[in-house]
Design a protein around this ligand. Structure first.
Ligand SMILES: Cc1cc2nc3c(=O)[nH]c(=O)nc-3n(C[C@H](O)[C@H](O)[C@H](O)COP(=O)(O)OP(=O)(O)OC[C@H]3O[C@@H](n4cnc5c(N)ncnc54)[C@H](O)[C@@H]3O)c2cc1C
Length: 437
């Protein structure tokens, strides 16, 4: 990797280790441990999330927990103090996460609010935007969502058709976004839109900070085959967005969104230190083994079966290698030794590991995964198996991650793009609705 470019440091590039003015990590850990034991509710045995995480009550509970963490000085461990965070290092975040992960935590805020959108705002927002939004979000008063994908396709992000036309001191927003997770109960979005049609497609984009619930914005929930209604489609019907809600420079939204995608890949790959806790890869803490593959094996009494033991071992290897890779790549990016797009490695590893382990779980569980036998880990595996591809799509598909790794990490030739040099107004494209058909 000797010829890879070195990423320049950004406000969200927080130190891996404590700097001299920070609290000692062990002292911080002790303080956190005592506060958690005194003030937070432990999760029920075997549970990793607060109950009903995706319901209205669960989300309100997460908002209340954020406020509680904020009041106690444990919200935004790695966010700068001037915006209400604790200004600490990744080492502090690890210590906090190890202590906090067995308690009720508002992890609903992790993706995309804390790990993707706030770090992007930290990097490219105006001082007024940061002062207005970061403290409120760290108190649980604001939840965020990303408006990137469009009905015409998500992989070709730079081909966005939603437009924002400058008119005096507002941008007039029109078009549609889709697959926005949880937009119906979120408060703000970062929205990628086209502000210039006379230049090449990557050069005419901008990012706007958009208040979601306002006249002219229609938010429609989409029902999935599993009954979930988290995905939304939004329609923008000439919505005036104040010009001071521009994030980054006009027509330079590609720079902003590229950084957002780095944060997203790092978050989805379990490498972000900006959440309420850091996902520590394999679910292990304080020496406990809580691997679902082991749990299924125990439930079905297959511990002595050699084939099952081989499958469990395969799964264990994957769940040890993946966090090691995340650590290695995350440290490399933070230290400026690896280019930012290397976060695609984390995301790809997370997706492929998740898919492989879901398949191993079904192989071990056999018919117990498909037919309900008794409550327990085996009967949960069919749902996990059916949803296993989500991580290979959300935040950019596996194919797109492989393209990024080959072109922007390994420096291989770029994929052919016939529209690369044309003005976007001359590129053949679909149309985009501004109201629900
Ligand atoms: C759980 C989940 C949550 C999501 N949350 C959000 C969200 O909050 N906000 C948001 O904006 N979007 C969100 N998305 C949408 C996601 O970003 C898109 O699904 C993704 O970018 C792919 O876009 P697409 O679905 O339009 O597929 P398409 O872009 O139509 O791609 C279809 C297929 O073609 C392949 N392909 C496309 N182009 C290439 C290429 N150049 N080279 C090789 N293969 C290619 C893709 O890999 C894919 O397999 C979410 C998706 C999921 C699954």
């Amino acid at each position: 990797m000797a010829n890879t470019p070195t990423a320049s440091r950004m406000p969200s590039d927080i130190p891996a280790q404590p700097t001299p003015e920070m609290e000692d990590v062990d002292a911080f850990r002790e303080r956190a441990r005592a506060w958690l034991a005194a003030r937070m509710k432990p999760l029920p045995p075997g549970e990793w999330e607060i109950p009903n995480r995706d319901t209205d009550e669960g989300v309100q509970h997460a908002r209340d927990l954020m406020a509680k963490l904020f009041d106690a000085g444990f919200s935004g461990i790695c966010f700068p103090k001037e915006y209400g965070g604790q200004g600490l290092s990744v080492a502090h975040m690890r210590a906090w996460s190890e202590e906090a992960q067995r308690y009720e935590m508002p992890t609903k805020f992790n993706i995309p609010t804390l790990t993707i959108l706030l770090p992007t705002l930290l990097d490219y927002g105006t001082e007024a935007q940061k002062q207005e939004h970061i403290p409120k979000t760290l108190r649980g008063e604001e939840m965020w969502v990303q408006f990137l994908s469009e009905p015409t396709g998500g992989s070709d992000l730079a081909g966005a058709l939603t437009k924002a036309t400058r008119d005096g001191d507002v941008y007039v927003l029109s078009g549609s976004k889709i697959w926005s997770s949880g937009a119906y109960r979120a408060d703000y979005a970062l929205c990628l839109c086209r502000t210039n049609w006379d230049v090449q497609k990557h050069r005419g984009l901008s990012v706007l900070l958009v208040k979601i619930h306002q006249p002219g914005i229609q938010v429609e929930q989409i029902r999935q085959i599993n009954g979930s209604m988290e995905f939304c489609q939004e329609f923008f019907d000439d919505v005036p967005i104040p010009a001071d809600q521009l994030v980054g420079e006009e027509d330079d939204g590609w720079t902003v969104v590229s950084r957002l995608l780095q944060h997203e890949r790092s978050a989805v790959g379990n490498g972000s230190a900006f959440g309420v806790i850091m996902q520590l890869g394999a679910r292990r803490t304080r020496g406990e083994t809580t691997d679902p593959l082991v749990d299924i094996t125990k439930q079905l009494g297959l511990g002595a079966d050699p084939t099952t033991r081989q499958l469990v071992a395969e799964g264990r290897v994957l769940s040890l290698v993946q966090p090691a890779l995340v650590d290695r790549v995350g440290t490399g990016i933070r230290a400026g030794k690896l280019p930012g797009p290397s976060s695609a490695l984390m995301k790809l590893a997370n997706a492929t590991t998740g898919i492989a382990r879901a398949e191993l779980a079904v192989k071990i569980a056999g018919s117990a995964a498909a037919a309900w036998v008794e409550p327990g880990p085996a009967s949960q595996q069919a749902g996990v198996f059916l949803s296993r591809q989500t991580a290979a799509l959300a935040g950019g598909s596996n194919e797109i991650q492989r393209n990024i790794i080959s072109e922007r990490v390994l420096g291989m030739p770029r994929e052919f793009a016939p529209d690369k040099d044309a003005a976007f107004k001359d590129v053949k494209r679909n149309t985009i609705p501004t109201r629900k058909p």
